[in-house]
Design a protein around this ligand. Structure first.
Ligand code: SME
Length: 167
């Protein structure tokens, strides 16, 4: 495992992602523990991209009612956040329900957006799959409007495919 993260000083987002994704591969190689790997991935994303908030919500069984599932907060970097999100609720719950990546340029215009922080202005959420079911979502929040585009989507999708190898 890499002991120190090399952070590209490039102002080009694509260049920073290129350097990051290669290191994420190295960071998780040989380590099977899901929490350890997700923790390091959240930290590496935060350190490199300096997002306002970045973290994972994992699909887990609800304590009540029996048989229902919900998203539960996992490893993250940033201010404290909501711990549980229902299927179809907010951007994360919608990404889970619809099994797709969602980019929200302005969270105030997303019906049902869950505001963990009023500072969050735009957001991208991506699912990772195990046996064709959503196992977790990655949620990235920015304090700037319209901060995510197809470059973020491309490289964060690559990170999700790396995650699918150890979940
Ligand atoms: N805004 C998200 C909730 C999670 S926090 O932003 C960390 C949503 O609408 O699903």
């Amino acid at each position: 495992m890499a002991e120190e993260l090399i952070i590209s000083t490039s102002t080009d987002k694509q260049q920073r992602y290129e350097t990051l994704v290669l290191q994420i591969e190295a960071l998780v190689s040989g380590e099977p523990d899901v929490v350890a790997n997700l923790s390091n991935i959240a930290a590496a994303l935060k350190q490199t991209m300096n997002y306002f908030w970045v973290g994972f919500y994992l699909v887990k069984d609800s304590p009540m009612p029996i048989g229902r599932q919900e998203l539960v907060l996992g490893p993250f970097q940033g201010p404290i956040a909501c711990t549980r999100i229902g299927l179809g609720k907010g951007v994360c719950g919608t990404s889970w329900k619809e099994k797709r990546t969602i980019i929200v340029p302005n969270v105030d215009e997303f019906p049902g957006h869950i505001a963990c922080s009023s500072a969050s202005k735009s957001e991208i959420v991506l699912p990772a799959f195990k046996n064709n079911e959503v196992f977790l979502v990655l949620d990235v929040d920015s304090d700037k409007l319209n901060d995510f585009d197809e470059v973020d989507e491309k490289y964060l999708e690559e990170v999700m495919r790396i995650i699918e190898r150890f979940i």
